[in-house]
Design a protein around this ligand. Structure first.
Ligand SMILES: CC(C)(COP(=O)(O)OP(=O)(O)OC[C@H]1O[C@@H](n2cnc3c(N)ncnc32)[C@H](O)[C@@H]1OP(=O)(O)O)[C@@H](O)C(=O)NCCC(=O)NCCS
Length: 201
């Protein structure tokens, strides 16, 4: 026989988390700092800030500088261009379910986007999927690790349990970076060329 549950005695069930609409309420997820100047390992400086709707043109220029290999590694398939509606979508976030940080090089005019890191929150699973990209000429100077750390911080701030992403098995730079950050790797049963990597937060 099932025991009756006394819903009027909430102290008896303290483990239940608050409903997600409360946990993810924009009021409880304050905006990250509006901008922070960071120095890469080679001395070059960029502005790290949340993405904004005004970044569409810079994002499209950044995409045009990417090699086909980097595009495939980031989007997991080939793309010859970044259509404006998609760029608009990537720059206009739902702040409850998404966050994205860009590395802006304002030493040139107009300022150029050198890297982007983003998360998509899955409220049901209390986790987030990430993606990250650093332009080739700006790689190997610590910026990918910096963006990943920022995404980890953002997930922790939101009280998420896990940060995860899909990475092509051939993508040794990303697998190495994730290994150094403590992510673990599991093979994706549906696609033998892709690993799912995850960090418990
Ligand atoms: C993967 C990527 C984000 C790395 O960015 P990055 O700015 O070059 O990374 P960092 O300079 O912070 O490197 C951090 C660590 O990652 C590893 N790493 C980075 N590039 C590497 C490479 N080419 N070969 C081996 N290890 C590499 C190293 O361990 C490195 O530490 P170290 O420089 O002290 O040895 C970047 O190469 C990229 O944007 N690639 C295309 C898009 C992509 O693959 N995205 C990931 C899937 S979402």
């Amino acid at each position: 026989m099932n025991a009756a549950i006394d819903f009027a005695a909430p102290d008896r069930y303290p483990a239940l988390p608050p409903p997600s609409r409360r946990r993810f309420s924009p009021a409880l997820v304050p905006r990250p700092p509006q901008g922070e100047r960071v120095t890469a390992h080679d001395g070059r400086r960029v502005l790290l800030r949340p993405i904004s709707p005004g970044d569409v043109a810079a994002m499209q220029r950044c995409f045009r500088r990417l090699s086909p290999e980097d595009v495939r590694r980031r989007f997991l398939h080939a793309m010859s261009e970044l259509p404006e509606p998609m760029a608009q979508r990537l720059c206009n976030l739902d702040p409850v379910r998404e966050a994205a940080f860009v590395l802006m090089d304002d030493g040139v005019s107009p300022a150029e986007m050198r890297g982007v890191g983003r998360i998509y929150v899955d409220e049901a699973a209390n986790s987030a999927e990430f993606s990250v990209l650093v332009e080739r000429d700006w790689s190997r100077v610590g910026l990918g690790a910096l963006l990943m750390q920022r995404l980890v911080d953002e997930c922790r701030r939101r009280g998420l349990d896990e940060l995860w992403g899909y990475v092509l098995l051939e993508n040794r730079p990303m697998l190495q970076l994730c290994k150094e950050l403590g992510f673990t790797r599991r093979l994706s049963p549906d696609d033998p060329g892709i690993a799912q990597i995850a960090l418990l937060l």
